[in-house]
Ligand binder design. Structure first.
Ligand code: ADP
Ligand code: MG
Length: 313
């Protein structure tokens, strides 16, 4: 459905998107996940044909977006970042106006506008001016705008930013519902959000794709370890070989050497393994004295940040 091949976008000397490639199949709900400035909006703007690529190729439903922009764009409904303000129009006038812009057939226009208003839960506010709506409703109006023209693909840039928790739940439910009949690409900087809505996640950082997987696999990858922080006195340097003695330890990292001669380590184990008990008994046998020991609970968000800081695929 969508094919991005070696796409790069430069703004002067800034490389906003750096040689990315990915494919999206029909019916997938894909999350573009990354911190601010990662290149999410730039990528989406290129997918919609709103800006040109510096290098590379984008194919939408068989149409190269630079060669057949009309055909390619007809497949796409785009909800840009933030909420545009068409303040002097009512909800219904706005959606109708969008339908005119997208050249929806005059004969069916009214009925299609009504269907979209229904679908996006805007019926009760259709006569209100968009500028008087809550942020959550404004987001829905923006979503309605993207749905006009019955595009097969929806591109939603940070659809839940600025919403309160209740509105977030509602918008996510709406996206999931739309996902049944559309191919959806949404961007977010929140891992838990993407894993709730999407069946595929592409993590982007500093313009590069650093991971691409199902949310389940990514969560495993990033939160698959349990870290135990350990400060010890180890005169015989036996920590270096402790991994061979305690098989549950996956990795031993020396964090720092303190002035008093003690050393601080991070021991990694599988997520459901608590090393503390075995460490306590085994280290005593090795003549290693424990000064401090604590387990670190990694949240998904911490793990995501680590993955980003870690950088590479
Ligand atoms: P995200 O949406 O992930 O927050 P963006 O795609 O907006 O990231 O931005 C990626 C990078 O490109 C940032 O470093 C940003 O400053 C830069 N950038 C985005 N748009 C422009 C522009 N029009 N001119 C110059 N630099 C830009
Ligand atoms: Mg953005």
């Amino acid at each position: 459905m969508i094919e991005v091949k070696n796409v790069t976008k430069k703004y002067g000397s800034t490389i906003a998107v750096d040689n990315i490639s990915f494919k999206i199949k029909e019916g997938e709900i894909v999350g573009l996940l990354g911190p601010n400035g990662a290149g999410k909006s730039t990528t989406m703007n290129m997918l919609t044909g709103y800006i040109e690529t510096t290098e590379g190729q984008i194919i939408i439903a068989g149409n190269d977006i630079s060669k057949k922009p009309k055909k390619a764009k007809a497949q796409i409904g785009y909800m840009p970042e933030g909420v545009p303000l068409y303040s002097d129009l009512t909800v219904k006038e706005f959606v109708t106006y969008m339908a005119e812009l997208k050249k929806v057939d005059r004969k069916t226009r009214k009925e299609k506008v009504e269907k979209i208003i229904e679908q996006t839960g805007l019926k009760e506010v259709e006569k209100k001016l968009t500028r008087n709506l809550s942020r959550g409703y404004k987001q829905r109006v923006s979503m309605a705008g993207a749905l006009v023209g019955e595009p097969k693909i929806l591109i939603l840039d940070e659809p839940t930013v600025g919403l309160d928790p209740k509105q977030i739940t509602e918008i996510r439910a709406l996206i999931k519902e739309l996902g049944k009949t559309h191919t959806v690409i949404l961007s977010s900087h929140i891992l838990s959000e993407v894993s709730q809505i999407c069946n595929k996640v592409i993590i982007i950082n500093k313009g590069k794709i650093i991971a691409e997987d199902t949310p389940e696999n990514l969560e495993k990858k990033v939160s698959g370890n349990n870290n135990t922080y350990l400060t010890v006195e180890d005169p015989e340097n036996k920590m270096e070989t402790i991994k061979e003695k305690i098989t549950q330890i996956k990795d031993v990292k020396l964090v720092k050497e303190n002035e008093d001669g003690t050393k601080q380590y991070i021991l990694e184990s599988d997520k459901d393994v608590d090393l503390r008990k075995i460490i306590f008994t085994e280290l005593a046998k090795e003549n290693i004295t424990i000064f401090e020991m604590k387990n670190e609970d990694i949240t998904l968000e911490d793990a995501f940040m680590k993955l980003i800081e870690g950088g590479k695929k």
